[in-house]
Design a protein around this ligand. Structure first.
Ligand code: UFG
Length: 345
């Protein structure tokens, strides 16, 4: 049996780290990416780490004909990991149709092409955003927690796509799907050869912290210190991107070895530990020795107060655990920023 995996969005942040882990475990990878939010040089970084270059096809998953051609050119795909999607929450509020077209349209094309080409295994990138703000009884949040109405079109595309996968699996008995709900991925590969490449002003906390540390931003704004949390700032489950990438390999292994017990399996991918914004900032200052000027400002609209994972199912069933110490994760993020900005120690 072939061990070739199609990774859509494989030059992106989580995608590129996953390609590295797949290749290091002996998988052949073909990446489909339109480079809309990534960079072709990512392939050099992957090659430098792994010693082999993944195959790469510059294609938009919305382009049915050319995306379909990939399946003809690579007739032996064992499984697909589908990362390709637009992911900026704020942008999705301003341009909802772009998000529905990109995120939903891509998945529909992919599932049709998988069906046509006898590809039966898909891992889908979902998000803890589907849980919204769980009530206290559901924290830490496990996979059985209720799905809440989405707070943004981006979040809604994740919910819709999960439903599309379930419906398609129902109609197609030989389709197997693993839905991975990520908490907050941070950090970069320890080699500092790949990492996150935020476009413009970062929305997410860690890239903003590292850019502030590098002097690109004068000051970090901490959005609110009046939440009902121990220090008043929001709490998230920050998961190391390399740990997250490894979970994808476990998920693919499980499907290819026919170990999945349900046709559609769902896993929360987090550490099981919540950290506040201020804890992250203070830990970053401690481990890097670099000051982060910050000010407390008002709450950011749409922010959830606190959410962190119960990852017991992924721990037990996938045999996977996110156990990289936070200090190492924060250092990896800083090393990547220094690499990008050519800052010496
Ligand atoms: N934060 C700041 N200052 C900043 C940036 C972020 O204080 O400059 C705070 C936020 O208010 C929040 C925390 O840092 O409390 C984390 O914010 P991020 O933007 O890094 O992450 P979110 O939890 O808001 O968003 C993430 C993903 C989304 C996903 C969402 C689901 O980025 O893709 O989780 O809740 F939809």
């Amino acid at each position: 049996m072939s061990n070739r995996i199609l990774v859509t969005g494989g030059t992106g942040y989580i995608g590129s780290h996953t390609v590295v882990e797949l290749m290091q475990q002996g998988y052949d990878v073909v990446i489909a990416d339109n480079l809309s939010n990534s960079n072709i040089e990512v392939l050099d970084g992957i090659e430098a780490i792994v010693g082999r270059r993944p195959d790469f096809v510059n294609v938009d998953c919305l382009d049915y004909v050319n995306f379909g051609r990939l399946f003809t050119d690579y007739p032996n795909i064992a499984g697909v990991i589908h990362f390709a999607a637009s992911k900026a929450v704020g942008e999705s509020v301003e341009k909802p149709l772009l998000y529905y077209r990109n995120n939903v349209g891509s998945l529909v094309n992919l599932l049709e092409l998988m069906n046509k080409n006898d590809v039966h295994n898909i891992v889908f990138s979902s998000s803890c955003t589907v849980y919204g703000q769980p009530d206290a009884a559901h924290l830490p949040v496990d996979e059985a927690a209720p799905i809440q109405p989405a707070l943004s079109p981006y979040g809604n595309t994740k919910q819709i796509n999960e439903d599309i996968i379930r419906d398609e699996a129902h109609a197609t008995p030989d389709l197997h799907a693993t839905i991975l709900r990520y908490f907050n991925p941070i950090g970069a590969h320890p080699s500092a050869k790949i990492g996150e490449l935020p476009n413009g002003v970062p929305n997410n906390l860690l890239p903003f912290v590292t850019q502030t540390a590098a002097g690109l931003r004068p000051m970090l704004r901490v959005f609110g210190n009046d939440y009902n949390t121990p220090d008043g700032s929001c709490i998230r489950d920050y998961i190391y991107v390399v740990d997250l990438a490894k979970a994808h390999v476990k998920a693919i292994d499980r499907m290819l070895k026919h170990k999945a017990q349900d046709q559609v399996e769902v896993f929360n991918l987090g550490t099981g530990r919540g950290l506040s914004v201020l804890e992250i900032v203070n830990e970053f200052i401690k481990v890097t020795g670099v000051e982060i000027p910050y000010e407390i400002v008002g709450r950011r609209e749409g922010d959830i107060e606190q959410v962190w994972a119960n990852p017991a199912k992924a721990n037990q069933v996938l045999g996977w655990k996110a156990d990289t110490p936070t200090a190492d994760v924060l250092l990896s993020a800083w090393n990547w920023e220094k690499h990008l900005r050519k800052i010496d120690d």
